[in-house]
Ligand binder design. Structure first.
Ligand SMILES: [Zn+2]
Ligand SMILES: [Zn+2]
Length: 376
């Protein structure tokens, strides 16, 4: 198309956007209109095809900031000379910013196919990144788990492929706004205001025979269940990225899905890397005399641990290979920390025994190491 045609066409109106619309808005309006009027979805519909071409032409200019600027300037110029105006010098010849295109070009551009020549517009919108949460048990976090994750989203209606029209029919260009999606408002006072067409709600197209599945909206809630593998060793609050499992891309890659994992606390066990931890109560006499104690494991039979005589509270013992599975296929250890208990109450027999112990201790001062005499 030559630049000479530019000034006589209102590309903004064609796309149903305002003069100061952002590039994103222009793109959005275009995508919608191009999809609705695409010849593939409207076989044999001449009106839709013409509309498709108009929309494509408008977009080819407005999508390029340079061409848009030039177009705006020409429109301004045209406005000044309106009435008997034949055109400024050079007008009527293809301008330096003139746009030549054919349908193949545009199809190639819109659908990312190889049909177009080199002038394809950068197209497509990457799918949204989504975030969701899942709660897992402590054991699942240790071992890894596969979680079914139900995702709901809106996608093009599968019955009408997003047109909103009953299969076999096509949306019609809106008779009220002729497809622009805009109308001149009635409440504007002195200035005529444009507002979205109330007949087609700004879409530019009307569906006379709505699709039974989506009732004309062209959208359908879609739910899918993903099987998500949570790796062994996942930590509470960790974000797992699932590449390409987010929102559907539009001629561009799908977005990613981020799964935030909440790991429930275990009443007995804690984690320290690949190792599991547990605190085990031990009676004073066991710690003093030595004992073999039985300690539970997370996912196997209990283990026996030999506590030597004179074990202090807080000492940690290691049960090798009884911890969490490691990525390498091995297992971490179970770290068993001793907590020497002091009885809250003593029966007569125990009291007598403890008193005997005190007598046996004699004058030995348990705090000798911190006495001021010792450190001075
Ligand atoms: Zn309308
Ligand atoms: Zn539908």
């Amino acid at each position: 198309m030559a630049a000479s045609d530019w000034a006589s066409k209102d590309f903004y109106k064609t796309l149903g956007v305002s003069k100061d619309a952002s590039q994103a808005d222009i793109k959005k309006a275009y995508r919608k209109l191009a999809r609705d009027n695409h010849p593939d979805s409207n076989p044999g519909n001449k009106a839709a095809e013409d509309r498709f071409k108009e929309v494509s032409e408008a977009y080819a200019v407005l999508s390029s900031p340079d061409k848009r600027k030039e177009y705006d300037q020409q429109r301004t110029l045209f406005g000044q000379f309106k009435g008997g105006f034949q055109g400024p010098p050079g007008y009527g010849q293809p301008g330096p910013g003139g746009v030549d295109f054919d349908l193949g070009d545009l199809l190639g551009g819109i659908f990312g196919g190889g049909r177009g020549r080199s002038r394809r517009q950068p197209q497509g919108r990457r799918g949204d990144d989504l975030e969701t949460e899942a709660s897992i048990t402590f054991q699942q976090a240790v071992e890894g788990a596969t979680l079914p994750l139900r995702m709901t989203s809106e996608e093009a209606c599968p019955t009408c492929h997003g047109t909103g029209a009953k299969p076999g029919t096509v949306p019609k260009v809106c008779p009220k706004c002729q497809g622009s999606g805009m109308q001149t408002g009635t409440a504007g006072g002195v200035f005529a205001m444009t507002e979205p067409c109330d007949h087609c709600r700004g879409r530019g197209m009307v569906v006379e025979d709505p699709c039974g599945t989506c009732h004309g909206s062209g959208r359908a809630p879609s739910s899918r269940t993903l099987q998500v593998r949570v790796p062994a060793g996942v930590k509470d609050g960790q974000r797992i990225r699932l590449k390409g499992k987010g929102g559907k891309g539009d001629g561009a890659p799908d977005g990613d899905l981020y799964l935030v994992v909440h790991v429930a606390q275990h009443p007995l066990f804690g984690r320290k890397g690949d190792h599991l931890t547990i605190t085990v109560p031990v009676a004073f006499d066991e710690a003093a005399l030595g004992a073999t104690i039985t300690v539970p494991t997370l996912d196997g039979p209990p283990v026996s641990i030999r506590i030597p005589a004179g074990t202090p509270s807080g000492r940690t013992f290691r049960a090798r290979g009884k911890g969490a599975a490691t990525k390498a296929g091995g297992r971490g250890d179970l770290l068993v920390t001793i907590d020497v208990q002091v009885p809250a109450e003593l029966d007569d027999e125990s009291r007598a025994a403890v008193e005997a112990l005190r007598t046996a201790r004699g004058d030995q001062d348990p705090r000798a190491s911190i006495s001021t005499e010792a450190v001075s």
